[in-house]
Every structure is written in C-alpha cells, then in structure tokens.
Design a protein around this ligand. Structure first.
Ligand code: ZN
Length: 96
C-alpha cells in the first residue's frame, strides 16, 4: 500500500501520512500533522492549528524565558514587555 497526494494538494515537509492515506484536491497538511493509516483527506481540507504540546511557544533567545505561550487558539503573553524580554531586559525583534 502507499500514500496518494493529489497534484493540487500540499503536504509540508515533516508531516506524517500513514500507509494507505489519500489527500485530495487543494488540501493542505501542515508540517507537524500526523495522520494514521488509511485516512482520507477530502477536498479543500486544511490540517493545521494542531494542538501540540511542544514547539508552539516562543522563548527569549538570550535567557530562554518563556515569552509567549500558545495552546490551540489561545495565546498568552508571559515575559514579553513591549519589545523587550521581561526577564533579562534584552531588546527583541518580536511581533505579536
Ligand atoms: Zn531574556
């Protein structure tokens, strides 16, 4: 068995498609999506906004403080104060 992806569909690098899965017209499977075996993704489906436990938060590149926490559709500002890290005070190139 194999995976079928219609030529108009987009499957981002890093997405995992189980054996026998079919992705149809104009659908988009985002990078961190994981589909099981024999899934059928119909036309015009967007598989993104996945509720992930990791990889969606933003951290200060200097002190690694949690700047923005994201969970599903919720975004919580933590240690971001204007354009600075609220922990170490370094200026950040960050847009919310
Ligand atoms: Zn910092």
């Amino acid at each position: 068995m194999s995976v079928f992806v219609h030529p108009t569909a987009v499957v981002d690098p890093g997405a995992e498609l189980g054996d026998g899965t079919r992705v149809w017209h104009f659908s988009h499977v985002m990078a961190r999506a994981r589909l099981g075996r024999k899934c059928v993704v119909g036309q015009n489906v967007y598989l993104g906004n996945v509720n992930l436990e990791e990889g969606t938060d933003s951290f200060c590149p200097h002190c690694h403080a949690l700047l923005v926490h994201r969970m599903g559709y919720n975004t919580m500002i933590k240690k971001l104060e204007g354009d600075q890290c609220g922990e170490c005070g370094k200026k950040l190139n960050f847009v919310v």
